[in-house]
Structures are given as C-alpha cells and as structure tokens.
Design a protein around this ligand. Structure first.
Ligand code: ADP
Ligand code: MG
Length: 700
C-alpha cells in the first residue's frame, strides 16, 4: 500500500506541476516520488567551514569560500564569450569564471550580494581563479534546519531557469517528506539489517536529505550505499543462479590430445597460477552445468596456453572449439601460435575474419558442419548466425572489453546445449568492479608471470628531450632489438591524430634512414592486407621500428621488441598505457617503456604518468585508474546499465560492497525465490525496482 505511494508520478507532488515534471524527467531521470527520494545530495555545505581567499595554494582541491561580489564583466564574443565575476572576503580577491550559461549566470548574480562559493581553484598566469563554481547567496541558506549541514543537489541550467536550483530541489524534498509522513517501509530482512546495524530506511532518507549532524549522516549514507549495492548484487546473483541451472557439456576424458600436448609439446613448465586456473576450469567442465568463467591475468601472464589446454579437453571429448579475438591482427597471431603448438597433434585449425574470401568461407562452413574442423579462430565474424558448428563445446573470448554481454550470449546459441564460455581479459579490473560488472561470471586469476621476466623500466620524458629518446633507440637497435613507437588515436580528432602519426613517421624516417634502418607503419586506415604485410616484416625482424596507432594495443607478441615509446602519453588512459607497455618485456632482455609528453600536464595526467613510472602491477594500476576516472569511464562499463549508481562509489566503498555481496548470496542460498515471510517485502521491492530500472533505461 505505502510502497505504491512511492511510485506516484512526480507531477502529483505539490510544487511540481506538468512543466517542472517534464524537466525533472528529462534532466534528472526523476519520474516518481521514489526517484526523487533517491536523488541524493552530492555534498553538504558545512556552514562552519570556510576557506580564506589568501589561504588558497597550489594543493587546494575543492574549497568553500564566502565572499561579496565586487564586480562582474563579460569578455569575448559569441562562442568565446565568458563571464568573470570578482568576489572578495576580508583577506583578498578572486575571480570566478563561466564559459557556459553566461547569460543566465549574469542575470542571477547581484553586485554587492554575499555568496557561498564552492569550486576547484585553478592557477593561471600567476593568479588563482575558480571556473564554474557552485554559487548561492548567503541569504538563501536555510535558517530553520537546526544543523550546520546544508544539502547541495545537482541541477542543470534548464532546471535552474524554472526555479529548480539546488535550493529549489531541497524544497521539493521537504514537500515530499511532508507528504510521505514517514511512511517508508523497511525491506531489508531483519537478520541482515541487524547484522550490519543498518539505520532503518525511513530514518536514512530523512537524514540523507536533512542531516542533523555528521554522525547520523554517515549512518544514513552507509545504509543507502548498502541498499543500492545489495539490490544490484541480488539481481546479478539471481541471474547467475538461473544460469547455473543451464545444462553443460561434460568433458569426461582427458585424452590423447591433452596428454600429448602436456607431456611432449608444452615448451615450459606451467606456473602455479596457470595450474590452479586449469583445475578450476576442469571442475567446471566436469560439473554438468555450463561454464561462464572470466580469466583475468596481466599481459604476458600466459592465458593463451590455459585457453588452448581447455580447448584440447573439448576436442578429446568429440567437441569443437572456437577462439574469438578483438582484431584481425590478433586473430592472426593466435592462429599462428596455436597452429605451431598443435602441429604434432594433427588437428584442423582455421581462421575466419571479415576479410576471409568467399570460397574459403564455404570450405570452413562445410568443415564446421561435418565436424572435420576442430578449432576455429577469428574475429567477431564468428558471432554471425551463419557460422554453424556440428558440435561446439567451448568458446574462448579474448580481451573481453571489446565484446559486449550480448555478443557473449549469442555464442551460447551455437549449440543445443550452450557451449562453455571462457572470457579472458588482460585489462586488470579492480575486484569491486569485477564483482559488479562480471558478477554473474566465476572469476579465475593468473596472478604471477612466467619465471625469468624482467620488469619493464618505465621513464617519463618531455617532448623537448626527443633527441635523447632517438639516441636511446639507436643504441637498442644496435643491440639487435626492435622498437615500437605508438601514437594516440582518439575518435573525435581522427584527422589531426593521423597528421601527428604521419608527421612522427616522417621524422623517424629522417632520423633512421635506409638502408641501415627499416621502418614499418601500421594504422587503422590501411587495408588489412597491408597491415599484415607490415606486421609480418616486423615479426620477421626485417624492420627495426614499428610506428603505429594504438591498434597494436592488445596481445601482439614479439619477444625481441624491447622498447615501447608512447607519444602524447598524457592522452592515454592508464589501462591503455599499461596494455601498451605489456607489448615489451616478453623476452629475456631488459625492456624499456618511454612515455613522451608535452610540458603542460593536468594533475590527473601527471598522476597517470607517475603511476606508470612507479609500478608494473596491473591491479594496482587498475585501482588508481578507478580512483582517477570513476568506473563510468572505464572501458567496457559503458554498455552495462549496471553501473547506474546513485550513492555508492566502487572505488571507495569496497567493504560495503563485499558485505552486500555476501549478504545477497547467503540470502539466495537459503531462500532462492525470496518466498519466506520475512523476505516478502524485499521481493516486492525488487519487482518495483526492476520496473524503475526500466524507466531509467528509457531516458538514457
Ligand atoms: P597473455 O595472453 O596472458 O598476455 P600469453 O599467453 O600470450 O600471455 O603468453 C605470453 C608469453 O609467455 C608467450 O610467449 C607464452 O608462450 C609464454 N608463456 C606462457 N606461459 C609460460 C610459462 N609457464 N613459462 C614460460 N613462458 C610462458
Ligand atoms: Mg593475450
């Protein structure tokens, strides 16, 4: 009954009405009372804490000031128009700058008025300014809250023009609380709520919007974070439970292929981590249910061998296998290395990509259907419905982040009983993110590198030292090594990027002249035959330098390459930098990664480059990446609606996430369909929650 009230459309709230309701939906995704209730403040003004203007220094992050507007002017015209407002307190003056919403802001600000200002100071030409601060007249502070903490809500220009500033939204929250009159049901089962001493739901909502003090605010935040993560985990684990019921092929025998490979072909001893993962996979393929496993392992940790040995188990039991890679270059490489490795086994291995010739395709199709073809390697061309197998037993997907969840699901349909799926990723994913994004997969980790690897030495150099970098390249080439030089390729500025690449290529060709030096180039606008040709020249050591865009990012394995030069390194994300660095250090020689950058670096860019210089640990890098960028920006997270988080922060709330996951899993173990009396409220809430999720996806 009361929960129905929470689903009331937002236009029925006093003070909203159709026009505002429309804006709330479009701008903030608020459709119902419930949506408004969980539209949380993103920070609180602590009215006891203000910075003095003369205390601002280089290290200041976000700060709060109180100052009087002493003058205001616009500069520039049309597109470069900006508003500059000067405010002063009793210690000094500072400029506030707006590049967007100039007209509205110029009207909103009143000379001589006193304001509370919140923002991140910027140091420019010997002075500080604050771009796009939040700003609110001191007189608008709520006087009646009886607390020093005043909530601040996100708003947008359109909302503000309708009176829905942060303060306007706060008024709506007050209306809503009056209307609901405390009728907010608890739905977390008592046993869990007690165990983690969770503040109840009603008090939590009250305290998050109108905190009396910091202590109760913290408790409210903890509870609402738990609630959010708990619901997500329940959904994911439910998905997993349903999937775990799916029948799977049983690879009962370890046969000739597996043993011959293991005893006679495998050129090295497996690492302990590789053995551990193989055991985990073995257990899955014997279990009678379908395997859905994520294999995480840093670049060069030896995932491919593990995949191949899983494939051999399938073949020994009369099944076929396919191996999917994100690019043609990689698919090609996998083909070659796997082809070499299984040569003595007399297996049939083929390659299928978008550029396979029609006649070749026909042969492959026939052999797939007759069962003659054992292993099919390829790109996303493998997903197409027309690729049909006689009896597909296992699918390996390399470098997960290039493939979406749906593509994974398509592979299941290629046999009446869904094949086992092993997803491999070299992009280390922080544990919290893995639990959330791939929470429906079982996870295996290869956490050690094969013995004898030397860690790559990483150096950061400014562009002005390019000649020294060239000198170093010459030394290394003299020692017989090969060098990568990589340029960024960011979609929006493709033409500019190609210009950079070609300019760089020309300058390298001038410095490294033929016939002493040979230079290869590979980039996305080349035909794939030309790419292959250039790649092959480098593989065969006919060229010493490979100039490329980030297409070589993933998987390429050339042990003799010992230097990786990354141009404009400040433009790459951390995980990409780490991937690129992983291209070297694959042989016995000491390898080097040189990060080239301009002199002007943002704090974040500097933090990324420092992290690269300081550590080679992919998981540490992934954690820093998560902190710097936030999970929404990490590769692979965009396609997932799962990360629609309103309050929890995967980088900071790891302990809560672990509790939430554990509780959700315990609960589903004891009551999988949530039919026990004490879980019924939760069950109802989940149903509503799923409806609301539907709403959100409509607007995004
Ligand atoms: P990943 O795919 O995890 O980046 P690969 O499977 O390409 O790594 O392995 C990287 C290199 O290490 C390959 O040349 C592979 O033959 C080699 N390798 C794999 N496992 C071992 C091992 N246990 N001992 C020595 N070398 C190994
Ligand atoms: Mg690999």
């Amino acid at each position: 009954m009361q929960d129905n009230q929470l689903l009331t459309p937002i236009e029925y709230l006093k003070g909203v009405g159709p026009a505002r309701a429309d804006l709330l939906k479009k701008e903030l995704g608020i459709f119902t009372f419930s949506d408004l209730l969980s539209f949380y403040p993103f920070r609180y003004i602590d009215r006891t804490k203000f910075h003095k203007i003369n205390e601002i220094d280089q290290n200041a992050a976000y700060i709060q000031l109180k100052g009087r507007l002493i003058n205001m002017r616009t500069e520039g015209a049309r597109r470069s128009k900006r508003l500059i407002a000067q405010v002063a307190d009793d210690t000094g003056k500072i400029e506030l700058i707006w590049f967007r919403g100039v007209t509205w802001m110029a009207k909103y600000l009143q000379p001589n008025e006193e304001y509370i200002i919140f923002g991140k100071p910027n140091y420019f030409k010997g002075r500080y300014n604050i771009p796009h601060p939040e700003i609110e007249p001191v007189k608008d502070e709520l006087q009646n809250v009886g607390s020093n903490l005043q909530p601040v809500y996100h708003s947008t220009e359109k909302l503000k023009s309708r009176g829905l500033t942060s303060r306007g939204i706060m008024k709506l929250q007050q209306q809503l609380h009056l209307k609901l009159n405390g009728q907010i049901n608890e739905f977390i089962p008592p046993i869990i709520a007690n165990k983690y001493k969770l503040l109840n739901r009603k008090e939590s909502f009250c305290a998050i919007h109108f905190p009396e003090d910091l202590k109760v605010l913290k408790k409210a935040q903890a509870r609402l974070k738990f609630e959010e993560l708990f619901l997500i985990q329940l959904r994911i684990l439910k998905l997993k439970l349903n999937r775990d019921k799916l029948k799977g092929h049983v690879f009962e025998n370890l046969g000739d292929n597996f043993y011959k490979f293991y005893n006679e072909i495998l050129p090295f001893e497996l690492t302990t981590a590789q053995k551990k993962v193989l055991k985990e996979i073995r257990k899955d393929v014997l279990s009678g249910t379908q395997m859905n496993r994520l294999l995480q392992g840093d670049v060069g940790s030896g995932k491919t061998i593990v995949a191949l040995m899983s494939i051999l188990q399938a073949i020994d039991n009369g099944y076929q296998a396919c191996f999917m890679a994100p690019t043609e270059i990689l698919a090609n490489q996998h083909l070659e290395s796997i082809y070499e490795l299984v040569k003595p086994l007399e297996l049939k291995v083929e390659l299928l990509t978008g550029s396979s010739k029609t006649t070749k395709r026909r042969d492959i199709d026939e052999q797939l259907l007759s069962g003659e073809l054992n292993i099919l390697i390829g790109t996303h061309a493998l997903i197409e419905d027309k690729v049909q197998f006689k009896n597909l037993g296992i699918v390996i997907i390399d470098e997960q982040h290039r493939f979406g969840v749906e593509q994974r699901a398509k592979m299941w349909k290629k046999n009446t009983i869904a094949p086992h799926v092993l997803v491999m990723t070299a992009t280390p994913i922080p544990r919290t993110l893995a639990m959330t994004l791939y929470g429906d997969l079982d996870v295996s980790v290869i956490d050690e590198l094969p013995p004898g690897r030397k860690t790559v030495k990483t150096i950061h150099r400014f562009d002005s030292h390019r000649l020294r970098a060239f000198g170093f390249m010459k030394e290394q080439i003299k020692l017989g090594r090969q060098v990568y030089v990589v340029y960024p390729l960011i979609k929006e500025s493709e033409t500019l990027d190609y210009k950079d690449l070609m300019d760089g290529y020309e300058s390298i060709c001038r410095t490294f002249q033929m016939p002493e030096y040979q230079v290869s180039i590979v980039h996305g606008q080349m035909k794939s035959a030309d790419k292959d040709y250039e790649m092959q020249r480098f593989v065969k050591k006919e060229t010493q330098i490979m100039v490329a865009t980030s297409v070589i990012e993933v998987g390429v394995n050339i042990p003799n390459a010992s230097v990786m030069i990354i141009e404009s390194a400040e433009r790459f994300g951390l995980s990409q930098l780490h991937q690129l660095r992983g291209r070297v250090g694959r042989g016995a020689d000491q390898s080097y990664c040189i990060l080239m950058s301009g002199n002007k670096l943002s704090n974040d860019a500097l933090a990324r480059l420092r992290t690269m210089v300081d550590t080679n640990d992919g998981f540490e890098i992934a954690e820093v990446d998560l902190k710097l960028r936030g999970p929404g920006d990490l590769e692979g997270t965009q396609q997932s609606g799962i990360l629609d988080l309103r309050i929890a922060d995967l980088a900071r709330d790891t302990p809560i996430l672990i509790e939430a996951r554990y509780s959700a899993s315990e609960l589903l173990n004891s009551d999988p369909d949530l039919n026990n009396t004490e879980n019924l409220l939760l069950k109802n809430h989940l149903t509503d929650y799923n409806k609301r999720k539907g709403n959100w996806s409509r607007i995004s």
